[in-house]
Design a protein around this ligand. Structure first.
Ligand code: FNR
Length: 186
């Protein structure tokens, strides 16, 4: 059967380079794997235990939980904000981490990639995302990663789609995730 990878993008701006990375993931996915991006992360209210009860869960949060539960794996694509992950992703992780031990993230395969303005490409953000996803119960592929530095300069004149090193790097991570899905299914 068709395998699915759901991407969660950490930048909300229209021209986000990270959202272009997510697009490349969709375009380079191997045969039999479909990559889609979760739209509307910014519409999910901040996690609040008072809202996380029967009948009160915000529709968009419920939608995220269902999408993560339905996907074979999740791919976080993120810049670094102030040395860690953007708040929008932290909020998404909080929602998919609950109920404790039974959240949508539990047992889900996950990997993290992205680009940032700094020279290391957002590794602090990516490390924190991996750590947080592990606490939430996901199975994180620590070695399926890509952090591209200097995003402002690197992608000022060249689109990421035309950057062979970037496209190959993303294709490699997606292939690793797809192979891990198949291994997990057997
Ligand atoms: C940043 N940026 C940034 N870059 C970085 O390498 N380390 C950092 O700690 C931060 N901190 C930070 C905080 C805030 C609030 C913003 C808005 C930006 C720069 C960031 O990497 C840059 O904006 C990325 O290129 C954003 O990715 P998109 O939007 O192109 O996907």
């Amino acid at each position: 059967a068709e395998k699915t990878i759901l991407t969660l993008v950490g930048s909300l701006r229209a021209e986000s380079v990270n959202s272009k990375f997510a697009q490349i993931a969709a375009e380079t996915a191997p045969e039999g794997t479909t990559v889609t991006t979760f739209a509307g992360l910014e519409e999910i209210p901040f996690y609040n235990e008072d809202l996380d009860v029967e009948g009160k869960v915000p529709a968009k949060a419920a939608e995220l939980r269902a999408a993560v539960a339905a996907a074979d794996s999740i791919l976080f694509v993120s810049p670094e904000y102030n040395g860690t992950m953007p708040a929008v992703l932290n909020n998404a992780i909080d929602w998919i981490s609950r109920p404790f031990g039974q959240g949508a993230a539990v047992g889900t395969l996950a990997a993290v990639i992205g680009t940032s303005a700094g020279q290391y490409g957002g590794v602090w953000s990516h490390d924190d995302i991996r750590k947080s996803l592990k606490v939430a119960g996901a199975t994180v592929l620590d070695d399926a990663k890509l952090a591209v530095g200097g995003s402002y300069q690197r992608f000022a004149a060249v689109e990421p789609q035309d950057d062979v090193e970037v496209v190959d790097g993303i294709r490699g991570v997606v292939a690793t995730l797809a192979a891990a899905e198949l291994a997990a299914a057997n």
